[in-house]
Ligand binder design. Structure first.
Ligand SMILES: [Zn+2]
Length: 307
């Protein structure tokens, strides 16, 4: 009955961001209630060793508060642990890149760690604990999207997060979309992220108007209808979102897509964006259900705890 004991033991999940580091202890997989929660600054600017120490400090804090010791710790983080080199790559918290983060953390924590990309943690949490089980209890394939400063995503298949052969599963943000996006930090041109991320849309608006506005204000200006440049910026988002996400649907045909992140909050994505996707789909209908996320900021830690 070993496995039953494991299923019912508390789960430890951490979410490592560039600015904050959050951790939770959940009661169990079958009853994922938050028992304890702590948050400390990451202070990523102080370098790699400091980040490893901050993770250790957070786990110590949770241990003191709860009187518990973890059997293992799940950690969501920017970038990917390359399964072939054992080193982190593609992280915008650049101090992590090229480092054997899991090994250094295991040394510091004294227990096994399971790492996953933060978008993958978001996808796992929303697929297992968010709106998906309520709306589609039999969903087999779920794609979780994060559209904000960057564009990323993660797959959950039969309840399990999928990392991929090279750790890049779900990275639709760096599919080619349109030359007009210009150069991407990844070294290519016209990636999805260069067209429909928040900064990309702000740049598009600024090129038209010579005014910099945060995306939130562009959305508001477009809704009032008298700022034609704002309307065109939102049209660009909706049209290219549809075109980009249709590629994903044609390949994996997910039951549900959950759209998180600041840009993902745009209502038109769920109506006009879906209608645009249908134009490029190898089907006359679009049955994939598009959902808003339900767990908010907590998705990262929940997903990490469920790894
Ligand atoms: Zn790119």
């Amino acid at each position: 009955m070993q496995s039953e004991t494991t299923t019912d033991s508390p789960l430890w999940g951490l979410d490592l961001g560039g600015t904050k580091l959050e951790g939770v202890i959940l009661e169990s997989r079958s009853n994922p209630k938050v028992l304890h929660r702590q948050r400390i600054p990451t202070e990523a600017g102080k370098g790699y060793e400091h980040i490893v120490n901050q993770v250790g400090k957070l786990v110590d804090l949770l241990s003191e508060e709860s009187g518990l010791k973890p059997a293992w710790v799940g950690i969501g983080h920017p970038g990917t642990l390359d399964p072939n080199t054992g080193l982190i790559k593609n992280a915008n918290t650049t101090a992590l890149n090229g480092r054997p983060f899991n090994i250094d953390l295991e040394k510091r924590l004294g227990v096994p760690v399971r790492l996953a990309n933060d978008a993958n943690c978001f996808a796992v949490a929303e697929a297992l604990l968010g709106k998906v089980p309520e709306v589609l209890p039999n969903a087999e394939v779920v794609f979780g999207i994060i559209m904000g400063t960057g564009v990323g995503g993660g797959w959950v298949i039969h309840g399990k997060g999928i990392g991929g052969r090279q750790g890049i599963a779900g990275e639709w943000g760096h599919n080619f979309l349109d030359e007009s996006g210009g150069p991407c930090y990844c070294g290519r041109v016209g990636c999805v992220e260069t067209v429909i991320s928040g900064p990309a849309l702000e740049r598009f608006y600024e090129q038209k108007t010579l005014r910099h506005l945060p995306l939130r204000d562009i959305v508001t200006a477009a809704e009032t209808g008298d700022d034609d440049d704002a309307v065109q910026t939102m049209d660009r988002l909706v049209q290219f979102f549809g075109k980009a996400v249709a590629v994903v649907i044609n390949i994996m045909d997910p039951d549900a897509i959950v759209i998180g992140g600041g840009v993902g909050n745009t209502d038109r994505l769920y109506t006009d964006g879906v209608a645009e996707a249908r134009k490029y789909l190898f089907n006359t209908r679009i049955d994939t259900v598009f959902l808003k996320p339900q767990l908010g900021d907590s998705a990262g830690v929940f997903g990490a705890a469920l790894l």
